[in-house]
Design a protein around this ligand. Structure first.
Ligand code: GLC
Length: 572
């Protein structure tokens, strides 16, 4: 019988590699047991991709009213906050991440009044609303960019402009994440502008303090309307190296990685000035409203993530579970590393999002149960991507219906659209997403709506949807799962991933069996406990002592009780 033993995690040395680190940042103190965890640590967050969540007016595009219509569903799911991908006016060259006005709602998504209603209705259900804020770039149709193309205008320095080389080529070899050079020539200005993403997404020049203030204004606009915080898009990419020197080649590049990984882009795009900007401008703005910051961080190491957190981002996003192979030893390594680096568990855990293939496609349907249990029980605030709660899979997108700008530059195999197909509410022709025919929808319905839809899963107690509901409830009822410290265990059995969560008052053990075989495990210190939950038993709470038997792919949550001793003999 395999055993598990508690182990000690060591905080890593933080400045081992990467980019220049700011020596002025003072680490945050560890939270005291008596401090109550903030809402963003206790809640489960749900990510909505508005264009494909729910279309209320039959124009084929999801909208804000559609989201409001589904708040009861989300409340029933146990969600404490929703994060909306961008809803601002946008030419939609990158699904709304190309913003043409920071202070309005795009007509295809609705109106500001619709948004106010959404916030009011969400709050009435005790649910927070978090919006997306894209600070690195705007749309090329933003009036700021129009103006900036005039070198004599007041906004001439709001974007990153540079002269080309004498031979007419771009200022340097910098690469865009969406493929090809990160520079496009403006005839009007007679100079090149930087875009780390698509050419229709010119980079703002955050070195300019007026631009920083414009972002503060945008935040204030939404905070005044009652939003509870922001998910900051690529928050760590907001600066660029002002030397404009070429990127070096990356000798560690491997086939299959994003093409930009052929270059050492981090030294040019990930600058410590992003930390200063967060600390000086973002934190005070949010603090005035008690609002949360969730930071999208791409491509840095753990030291970088910790610095972003120390600068004041409440929840840097942990993408590692999403990107790594879904294997117990790998997942344990990731969980241990995060818990060592951020012992208070202050990060957001993402297993799926709008930028990656669907989780169920990546790991297979039968493992979705394990992923769901892990997402709700590991430290870190869970962010569930719309549709993952029912196990939606990548949808098929015909060649002429892709919208992702990566397709144009990198090819269909890089399309993110299969993970963005409409939410499957029922098995009708448009899966309950819209009243219009499939051909008019923003993206086509996935080819598997039968069975894989909300209405169907509501009927079956052991559906993935009901598992999510059970787990949000268990998380709410057990402080150790909401805010407890992570306890790492050394495993003798590589098929099982087990970990603990504990506060001074509660100790919980989570055990997940990845194998197709029965596994027997001795539980730590031969203690006993009460099984709070199992994916394979419906007998409610039951007693466990000394060891447990796990069915193939069974996951259990056990409330451990200390073994009391009387006259040297252990008693329950
Ligand atoms: C973020 C978004 C992604 C977008 C990119 C550029 O990574 O999640 O969807 O394409 O930023 O804004």
């Amino acid at each position: 019988m395999a055993a598990i033993r508690a182990e000690t995690l060591h905080r890593p040395t933080l400045n081992q590699k990467g980019f220049p680190l700011n020596p002025n940042i003072v680490p945050l103190p560890e939270r005291r047991e008596t401090d109550k965890a903030p809402w963003w640590q206790e809640a489960v967050i749900y990510q909505i991709y508005p264009a494909t969540f729910k279309d209320s007016n039959g124009d084929g595009v999801g909208d804000v009213r559609g989201i409001t219509q589904k708040l009861d569903y989300l409340s029933d799911l146990g969600v404490g906050a929703i994060w909306l991908s961008p809803i601002y006016p946008s030419p939609m060259k990158d699904g709304g991440y190309d913003v043409a006005d920071y202070e309005d709602v795009d007509p295809q998504f609705g109106t500001l009044e619709d948004f106010d209603t959404l916030v009011k209705e969400a709050h009435a259900r005790n649910m927070r609303v978090v919006t997306d804020l894209v600070m690195n770039h705007t749309s090329d149709k933003h009036p700021w960019f129009e103006e900036s193309q005039d070198p004599h205008s007041a906004k001439s320095d709001w974007y990153v402009w540079a002269d080309g080389k004498p031979d007419g080529s771009p200022p340097n070899n910098w690469q865009s994440f969406f493929g090809g050079p990160a520079w496009t020539y403006s005839e009007r200005r007679g100079q090149w502008y930087l875009h780390k993403f698509a050419p229709e997404q010119p980079d703002l020049n955050l070195w300019n303090r007026d631009v920083q203030d414009a972002m503060v204004d945008a935040m204030t606009f939404w905070l005044e309307r009652g939003v509870d915080g922001f998910r900051f898009d690529v928050i760590d990419h907001t600066f660029h190296a002002q030397d404009l020197a070429d990127m070096g080649r990356n000798p560690r590049y491997q086939e299959g990685q994003e093409p930009i990984e052929q270059f050492d882009w981090r030294e040019k795009y990930l600058l410590s000035q992003a930390y200063d900007f967060i600390r000086e401008k973002i934190v005070p703005t949010l603090e005035a409203y008690g609002a949360v910051s969730i930071g999208e961080i791409r491509g840095g190491d753990m030291a970088h993530l910790v610095r972003i957190h120390e600068a004041g981002v409440h929840l840097p996003i942990n993408f590692d579970f999403k990107d790594a192979p879904f294997e117990p030893t790998v997942l344990k390594r990731i969980a241990d590393a995060y818990a060592a680096a951020l012992p208070n568990g202050e990060w957001a855990t993402v297993f799926g999002c709008h930028d990656s293939p669907r989780l169920a496609t990546k790991i297979g349907e039968e493992r979705m149960v394990i992923a769901t249990v892990l997402q709700h029980t590991l430290p870190g605030t869970p962010i569930i991507y719309q549709g993952d709660e029912i196990g939606m899979k990548n949808g098929y997108i015909p060649a002429n219906r892709h919208r992702d700008p990566q397709v144009l530059r990198l090819g269909v195999e890089w399309s993110r659209d299969p993970a963005r197909t409409p939410m499957q509410w029922d098995d009708s022709q448009t899966a309950g997403f819209s009243t219009e025919g499939n051909g008019h929808l923003y993206l086509p319905i996935g080819d598997n709506r039968n069975g894989l839809n909300v209405r169907e899963q509501e009927k079956y107690p052991d559906s993935l949807l009901n598992l999510n509901k059970a787990l949000t409830r268990i998380r709410k009822e057990n402080p150790a799962l909401r805010e407890g410290r992570y306890v790492a265990y050394t495993m003798e059995d590589n098929n099982v991933f087990a970990f603990g969560r504990e506060t001074d008052k509660q100790q919980v053990l989570v055990v997940t069996n990845f194998s197709d075989e029965q596994e027997r495990l001795r539980i730590p210190d031969n203690s006993y406990g009460v099984r709070l939950f199992s994916t394979h038993r419906d007998n409610g709470e039951s007693f466990v002592a000394g060891s447990i038997t796990l069915e193939p792919r069974e996951c259990c949550i056990i409330d451990l009780r200390p073994v009391l001793h009387k006259n040297g003999v252990a008693v329950a």
